[in-house]
Design a binder for this molecule. Structure first.
Ligand SMILES: Nc1nc2c(ncn2[C@@H]2O[C@H](COP(=O)(O)OP(=O)(O)OP(=O)(O)O)[C@@H](O)[C@H]2O)c(=O)[nH]1
Ligand SMILES: [Mg+2]
Ligand SMILES: [Zn+2]
Length: 228
């Protein structure tokens, strides 16, 4: 009985995620779902991204938290198109929450949507939101054993960022153990080491993001050209 209920929850979510995906496609928006444990640096990364890209791309942000508008207020200093979702205690975002949030955004004007998921390394990865890419932010202060202890999120992310590398000095974080395990779980996945504090590695992340954006928008353009 319990298994049946859980299966229904996932089926319902999949259906809503497909609808979200259609909406994003119609509006030509590339969507990134940012995942991490609490405090790994998702909001800091969004702020660094906005500083560099807000004049080149139209970016919207959906902020997911169990409560507060703390993170959304920081984002608002850079862009208007930001919506806060308060999950009321739920430890992940689901596709229905995102569907409601994007009703408040002017989608036709956006190129990119960044969704900051609830800080949690476990269930957010099981809920498709209709995104194009899942980006995992891991950080030095969490320790190098996170891929060993929480494998599914490392397996299913399209990019792994290792944030807070400014803290490597004097820490026992073993970068090669971390990278080795990530590569074993998700062969070929790119790992970018960066610091939102010093700015090291941020340009590489921006390059990765921009390549995904032009890749999708070009594909959509090619698609509509061929279908005429
Ligand atoms: N030393 C260091 N601190 C960082 C770095 N990036 C973020 N921080 C700090 O880490 C703390 C948490 O960063 P946030 O960006 O709020 O993390 P988050 O993932 O959005 O956190 P939640 O939304 O609570 O899940 C803040 O005090 C940041 O200033 C970094 O590269 N180096
Ligand atoms: Mg945050
Ligand atoms: Zn959850």
């Amino acid at each position: 009985m319990e298994i049946e209920i859980i299966e229904n929850v996932f089926k319902y979510n999949e259906a809503q995620a497909s609808t979200n995906r259609e909406i994003f496609k119609e509006n030509n928006i590339v969507v990134f779902n940012l995942l991490s444990s609490p405090g790994a640096g998702k909001t800091s990364l969004i702020l660094e991204t906005l500083k560099r890209l807000k004049n080149r791309l139209n970016i919207g942000v959906v902020e997911g938290d169990i409560s507060s508008t703390h993170d959304a207020m920081k984002i608002k200093e850079y862009i208007d198109e930001v919506v806060q979702i308060n999950t009321g205690g739920t430890c992940h975002l689901n596709a229905t929450m995102v569907a409601k949030a994007i009703e408040k955004l002017d989608l036709k004007d956006l190129d990119v949507l960044i969704i900051e998921n609830v800080g949690n390394l476990i269930c957010p990865v099981s809920f498709d939101l209709g995104e194009d890419f899942k980006v995992l932010v891991s950080s030095v202060s969490e320790g190098h054993d996170k891929p060993v202890k929480y494998p599914p999120i490392f397996v299913r992310s399209n990019l792994i960022l290792l944030n807070k590398i400014d803290l490597l000095n004097g820490s026992d974080f073993d970068t090669s153990l971390f990278e080795g395990k990530v590569t074993e779980l998700n062969p070929g996945v790119q790992i970018i080491k960066l610091s939102c504090k010093t700015g090291v590695g941020i340009d590489e992340w921006i390059k990765w993001l921009e390549a995904r954006v032009s890749g999708k928008i070009l594909n959509v353009r090619e698609f509509s050209k061929n279908s005429k």
